[in-house]
Ligand binder design. Structure first.
Ligand SMILES: [Zn+2]
Length: 658
C-alpha cells in the first residue's frame, strides 16, 4: 500500500549471520551495497503467481487495453439485471487483471529503482488502470441513479449480483455526490481522487509531484557530524544526526534543515496551499461542507472519528509533557528543544536478531492470536513460500512495505539487517500480509479491499503483542529500559505526533475554506502553536521550528496521517483485549480481518471490540504510554544516557513503513 518515505540510513551495523537458513538456504550476511544477484534466491519473493515473465505481463496489459472499450456495450442498459450482472463481471475481471499488472510492475521496480524498463512498466500499468477507470465511469453514474426498488428487483432476478451488493451499496451511499456526465468528465480529467478505485492509494496530484521534485532539487547546506567532519545535510542524514549524543551536532543539523525550508517557504507554501485549494474544490464540487468530510466519506468514516482522536489526545497531553520532562532529566539538559526529541534515552541492547531467530520469536509473540493465525504466519515466514523479499541490496527500495492483490499470496518487502528494529518491522508487515491473506480467503474480489483506517490496525496490533512479549521476557534493567524507551517513542511519534499533524491538516483546510489565505507566515504560526501546546511548558521553541510543516510529505498527500494514530490506538486496544479475553477476543479480531472491505470500517472494527467514535481505544494507548512512563522514570532517571542506538525508525517524517 501507499507508504511513507523511509528515511533512515543504516550505518555501521555490525551484523552477524550465525544461523543457517531453512532448507537449502545458505548463510547470508546482509549488505545494502550488494548486487541483487548476490542475495540467495531463497530470500527473494516469487512473482510467478502474478506473471511468469515480463512478456506474459505485457500480453496481459495489452489485453486489458483491448477489452476495456467493450464495456461500452453496457452503457444505458444497467437497469436490466442480466446486463448489470454481465457488466460488473467484466468490469471486475478487468479490474483484477489491471491490479495484477500494476502490482507486478511495482514489485519489479521496487527491487530495481534505477532500471528504466521497470519505471516504464509502472507508467504503462497506471495507464492501463486509468483507461479502465475512464471506460467504466458510466457504471457509477447509472447504478447510482437506479431507484432502490428497481435494484432490489434486479438482485431477486439475477442471483449472481449478490457478490456485488456491498460494492453497489457503497457506490449508492454517495449517489447524491455524483454530478452530471459533463461535470463528472471534467472532474475526472482534473484527477478527482474522491472516486479513485485504487487499492489504498491515490493518484498523486501535480502538487505532490512538485513537492517531491523540489525536495529532490534542493542543494542542502553542509553541517558537522559527530566527528567534526563536514557532511552535506539530507533528509536521510538528518535522521542520523538528530540521534547524535552531542547536542551541538543535533542543533546545527536542525537549524540548517529548518533554515533550508525557510529559504523555500514561498514555493513550499504555494505548493501546500495549492493542494488545499484543490481538496476544497473537489469537496465543494460534490456539495460537501469541508474537504475533511469529503475525504473521510470516501472511506465511509464519519468526521466524529477524527474529532474524537484529536479531542482524546488533547486531553492526555499532560503525559506528553511528562515525557518531555523525562527526556530533559535523562539527557541532563537545561531545557528540551526539537533537536533533543530523537536522541535515544537508553542504549541499544547489543543483540543481533538473525532471520531464523526472528521467525521463532514472532511465532511465539503472536501465539495469542490463535493456531489458525499461527499456521498462516509460519507459512508466510517460510522463505520457500515466496512472500518475502528479505535483504537489502543496491537499487532496492528502502524501508518496508506489504503489497497485496487479490489472488496470489501477499508480497512483503524488507531491508532486514538483523536488528531488533527489523524484528518489529517484520511483525508490522506480517500484520498487513495476514490481514490481506484472511480477507482474500474469506471475501470475493469486490469485497476484499479494506480502507486505510483499518489497514494500520493489523500491523500495529502485531507490534504491540511483540513489544509485550519482549518486555515480559526482559529481566535485565538495561534491556527493559531500552524496550520501554522504544515503546514511548513509538507512541509519541505515531499517536501524539501524527495527531498533531492531523490537527494542522484539518486547521489549514478550515482556514482556507473560511476564506483565509494560506501565507507561509500563517502556516508557520499555526504549526508553532501546535508544537507549543503538544510539547508543553518544558519545551523551548526555536526560531524556525514552525517551518517543519514544509517538509512533511503527508501534508501534500492529504488526510492519511490520522489513520496511523487511530491504527496504533486500536492495535493496542485489541492486543489488550486479546491478552485479557483470550481465544474469544482473538477470534473476534480475526473476524474483522476476514471482513476485508465487506462492511463499513467502523462496523468491522466493532467486531473486534473497538468503537472509534468513543475515547476508549485511544485512552487504552494512553494508559500503555503512562505505564511505560512510570517504569521508565524509575529506571532511567539518575542513570544518565549511554551510547546511542545503531539505526533509526520513525521520526520527523514518521515511521518508515507501511
Ligand atoms: Zn503499515
Amino acid at each position: 500500500m501507499r507508504g511513507r518515505i523511509w528515511l533512515s540510513i543504516l550505518i555501521g551495523l555490525a551484523c552477524v549471520w550465525a544461523v543457517a537458513g531453512a532448507g537449502d538456504l545458505r548463510e547470508y550476511e546482509p549488505d545494502p551495497n550488494a548486487e541483487r544477484a548476490a542475495v540467495p534466491d531463497g530470500y527473494k519473493w516469487d512473482l510467478a503467481p502474478l506473471y511468469p515473465s515480463a512478456e506474459a505481463w505485457e500480453a496481459a496489459r495489452l489485453e486489458i487495453l483491448r477489452e476495456a472499450p467493450s464495456l461500452a456495450r453496457f452503457e444505458g442498459k444497467l437497469s436490466d439485471p442480466a446486463e448489470l450482472g454481465d457488466c460488473l463481471r467484466l468490469y471486475f475481471r478487468l479490474h483484477r487483471e489491471a491490479s495484477h499488472v500494476a502490482m507486478y510492475a511495482n514489485l519489479r521496480q521496487n527491487v530495481a529503482r534505477a532500471d528504466d524498463a521497470a519505471s516504464r512498466r509502472v507508467q504503462q500499468a497506471l495507464g492501463a488502470m486509468d483507461e479502465l477507470m475512464r471506460r467504466a465511469a458510466f457504471i457509477r453514474r447509472e447504478t447510482a441513479a437506479l431507484p432502490a426498488g428497481a435494484l432490489e428487483n434486479s438482485f431477486a432476478a439475477e442471483p449472481g449480483l449478490a457478490e456485488y451488493r456491498n460494492y453497489l451499496a457503497n457506490l449508492r451511499r454517495r449517489s447524491n455526490r455524483i454530478l452530471s456526465p459533463d461535470a463528472e468528465r471534467a472532474l475526472a480529467l482534473l484527477g478527482d481522487n474522491l472516486w479513485a478505485e485504487i487499492d489504498l492509494n491515490e493518484i498523486p496530484s501535480p502538487l505532490e509531484d512538485a513537492f517531491n521534485g523540489l525536495m529532490a532539487d534542493m542543494t542542502w547546506p553542509v553541517v558537522r557530524d559527530q566527528r567534526g567532519r563536514e557532511v552535506r545535510l539530507s533528509m536521510a542524514g538528518l535522521s542520523v544526526l538528530r540521534r547524535a549524543p552531542e547536542r551541538e551536532v543535533r542543533r546545527e543539523a536542525y537549524e540548517a534543515y529548518f533554515g533550508m525550508l525557510r529559504r523555500y517557504q514561498h514555493v513550499l507554501g504555494a505548493t501546500l496551499g495549492g493542494q488545499v485549494r484543490l481538496d476544497a474544490a473537489y469537496a465543494r464540487a460534490r456539495g460537501y461542507d469541508s474537504s475533511l468530510e469529503a475525504y473521510l466519506d470516501r472511506d465511509n468514516v464519519p468526521v466524529a472519528v477524527y474529532d474524537n482522536l484529536v479531542g482524546t489526545v488533547n486531553r492526555n497531553l499532560g503525559l506528553l509533557h511528562r515525557y518531555v520532562e523525562l527526556r530533559r532529566k535523562v539527557l541532563g539538559l537545561p531545557d528540551v528543544r526539537v533537536s533533543d526529541l530523537y536522541v535515544p534515552l537508553a542504549a541499544e541492547v547489543e543483540e543481533s536478531v538473525p532471520f531464523t531467530g526472528a521467525r521463532s520469536t514472532l511465532l511465539a509473540a503472536l501465539k495469542p492470536l490463535g493456531p489458525e493465525y499461527g499456521a498462516v504466519l509460519a507459512e508466510g515466514l517460510d522463505p520457500a513460500s515466496g512472500w518475502l523479499d528479505l535483504y537489502p541490496h543496491r537499487g532496492k527500495q528502502s524501508g518496508a512495505f506489504t503489497f497485496s492483490v487479490y489472488g496470489p499470496h501477499p508480497f512483503v518487502l524488507m531491508n532486514y539487517m538483523n536488528s531488533l528494529d527489523d524484528l518489529s518491522t517484520l511483525a508490522h508487515e506480517y500484520g498487513h500480509a495476514l490481514h490481506s491473506h484472511f480477507a482474500m480467503k474469506s471475501r470475493a474480489y469486490p469485497d476484499f479491499r479494506y480502507v486505510s483506517m483499518i489497514a494500520e490496525i493489523a500491523s500495529t496490533c502485531n507490534e504491540s503483542l511483540l513489544a509485550d512479549h519482549l518486555l515480559a521476557g526482559a529481566d535485565s534493567p538495561a534491556r527493559r529500559a531500552y524496550l520501554l524507551a522504544e515503546r514511548l517513542e513509538t507512541i509519541r511519534t505515531t499517536i501524539f505526533r501524527q495527531t498533531l499533524f492531523a490537527e494542522f491538516e484539518r486547521d489549514i483546510h478550515r482556514m482556507w475554506e473560511a476564506g483565509t489565505p494560506l501565507t507561509p507566515a500563517l502556516l508557520d504560526e499555526t504549526y508553532r502553536g501546535l508544537i507549543a501546546r503538544y510539547y508543553g511548558p518544558g519545551f523551548t521553541l526555536g526560531r524556525d521550528d514552525g517551518m517543519e510543516w514544509a517538509g512533511v510529505p503527508h501534508f501534500y498527500y492529504k488526510y492519511y496521517v490520522w489513520s496511523y494514530a487511530t491504527g496504533l490506538s486500536s492495535g493496542i486496544a485489541i492486543a489488550d483485549r486479546i491478552r485479557a479475553g483470550g481465544e474469544p477476543a482473538a477470534e473476534a479480531y480475526l473476524e474483522m480481518l476476514r471482513g476485508g472491505g465487506s462492511a463499513p470500517p467502523l462496523e468491522l472494527l466493532k467486531r473486534a471490540g473497538v468503537d472509534l467514535t468513543r475515547p476508549d481505544a485511544i485512552e487504552a494507548a494512553m494508559s500503555v504510554f503512562e505505564r511505560a512512563l512510570d517504569e521508565a522514570e524509575k529506571l532511567l532517571v539518575g542513570q544518565g544516557r549511554r551510547a546511542g542506538r545503531k539505526s533509526d525508525a520513525g521520526g520527523t517524517f514518521g515511521p518508515g513503513r507501511s
